[in-house]
Ligand binder design. Structure first.
Ligand SMILES: [Zn+2]
Length: 78
């Protein structure tokens, strides 16, 4: 069923209001960590083994992993 222009505009405004209130609307994924609706240009959208995450949660998680497992260069054996 096709939407009329007025119906489409009302649906768009309802989605914008929901996103502003940080509620996920149909067709938009939410961050698996903080449940914020993911918008590529606003929150970022990064695919991880847990699911999609916003950039803030992704780098927070990456920082925790690096603290737990630091990257070290092996010493030369002489
Ligand atoms: Zn997040």
């Amino acid at each position: 069923m096709a939407l009329s222009f007025a119906e489409f505009k009302a649906a768009l405004q309802a989605d914008e209001a929901a996103l502003a209130a940080r509620q996920t609307v149909t067709g938009i994924l939410a961050c698996v960590a903080c449940e914020e609706p993911l918008q590529e240009s606003v929150t970022g959208s990064r695919h991880t083994h847990k699911g999609y995450m916003c950039s803030d949660c992704y780098f927070e998680e990456l920082g925790r992993e690096l603290d737990a497992h630091p990257i070290m260069t092996p010493r030369a054996v002489r």
